[in-house]
Design a protein around this ligand. Structure first.
Ligand SMILES: NC(=O)C1=CN([C@@H]2O[C@H](COP(=O)(O)OP(=O)(O)OC[C@H]3O[C@@H](n4cnc5c(N)ncnc54)[C@H](OP(=O)(O)O)[C@@H]3O)[C@@H](O)[C@H]2O)C=CC1
Ligand SMILES: CC(C)(CO)C(=O)C(=O)O
Length: 335
């Protein structure tokens, strides 16, 4: 990180995944008052519009803006030889999603920060980048991309925690992560660095691994799901308890009753919510199934914990992902 003439730090940040979060973070980070942040962002479906006109940012919390990142690319191979202060990953967690980045020869001291949902998501990055600091970011925010390049943030909720995934006692890496958290915070997105990122990640999974999953499987929003039968609320609670049991078995201390209260209490009283996984299912997109469900039962099995509800939900949702991938072929074959 270099100091510029005005004494502001100059930072180069590469964001991998220019969708809802990637677009929003491009805007927020480049408006920071205590650093000159130059954003390079990898886009895919919205590449043409973002490279020509930038992101149109419409927010409840931060006003409306046009954000023109310094550089928009399609694939990390286009920036070979460039150096960055941070790499932030904001793709959906889907099989193979890490591969284009894994081919990118990154200097070994550059932190890779995964701001994504789910658990067990760091492993492919740790395997591809054995030397780099890897951090996890857990974000509470609601944002979408109603049309290519248009990022919409709605609702008031906006908080984030970031912490090192492993090797958390390295002082240089810790201070880099603290600096990034402070940068987000100064941009208006409340953000703190934490030494307990696994607690945060498993804690958020209490919501994503339960509500996202039951709503996606049934094509119902939260309130409609609850109204369907008295067993509905029981199923959500059982899943949350399985999440807590698995977390505890791998050394992540989470109190099951507290998790149930935190992840069910407000949702029972809230207006209907269409979780992101249900939004993906309704569009026929691949759902983040491994991150919310598959990795959980695999981790549970590896430590001898039974998670029958999570495993059953996984099996049902896997049929849906399979159908979204193969439906056209299947339809043709059946004619
Ligand atoms: N949106 C939200 O409110 C929240 C999201 N999260 C989590 O954050 C993560 C990101 O979510 P979100 O921003 O909503 O996801 P989006 O689908 O909106 O954005 C992901 C973006 O990454 C792009 N992408 C994927 N692979 C590549 C590639 N190889 N090269 C270039 N671009 C690529 C996608 O392109 P394409 O469109 O072509 O697929 C898409 O634009 C997820 O894990 C999600 O669960 C967490 C909290 C809140
Ligand atoms: C909790 C919520 C609604 C927002 O962060 C979410 O994570 C989701 O819909 O997947």
């Amino acid at each position: 990180m270099m100091e510029s003439a005005t004494n502001k730090k100059s930072l180069k940040i590469f964001i991998f995944g220019g969708g809802s979060l990637g677009g929003l973070y491009s805007h927020l980070l480049s408006t920071s008052e205590f650093a000159d942040v130059q954003i390079t962002i990898a886009c895919r479906g919205n590449y043409d519009i973002v490279s020509q006109s930038g992101f149109k940012i419409t927010t409840n919390n931060w006003g409306n803006h046009i954000c023109r990142p310094h550089r928009v690319i399609r694939d990390p191979h286009e920036i070979q030889g460039e150096s960055y202060d941070y790499v932030i990953v904001t793709t959906k967690v889907l099989p193979q999603a890490s591969l284009p980045l894994a081919r990118f020869p990154l200097q070994s001291d550059v932190p890779i920060v995964l701001i994504q949902n789910g658990v067990g998501i760091e492993k492919p990055y740790r395997e591809a980048f054995p030397a780099n600091p890897i951090a996890s970011g857990v974000a509470y925010i609601t944002a979408s991309q109603p049309s290519p390049g248009h990022i919409l943030q709605y609702g008031a909720i906006a908080t984030m925690t970031i912490g090192l995934y492993d090797r958390a006692d390295n002082p240089t890496d810790r201070s880099k992560i603290q600096y990034l958290a402070a940068l987000f915070d100064a941009s208006g997105f409340p953000c703190a660095a934490t030494d307990e990122i696994h607690v945060e990640r498993w804690g958020k999974l209490g919501w994503n691994g339960s509500w996202n999953v039951v709503c996606a499987a049934t094509n119902l929003d939260t309130q409609s799901f609850l109204a369907s039968s008295p067993q509905a609320v029981e199923l959500v609670e059982k899943i949350i308890r399985e999440v807590a049991k698995t977390a505890n078995a791998v050394g992540v201390k989470i109190d099951a009753d507290t998790l149930v209260e935190e992840r069910m209490g407000w949702t029972l009283k809230a207006p209907p919510i269409v979780p992101s996984m249900l939004q993906d299912a309704r569009k026929g997109f691949q759902m983040e199934l491994e991150a919310y469900c598959g990795n959980v039962w695999r981790i549970a099995e590896s430590v001898g914990v039974e998670v029958p509800c999570i495993k059953s939900m996984y099996t049902i949702l896997a049929t849906m992902n399979w159908r979204f991938m193969n439906a056209p072929k299947t339809a043709t074959a059946n004619m």
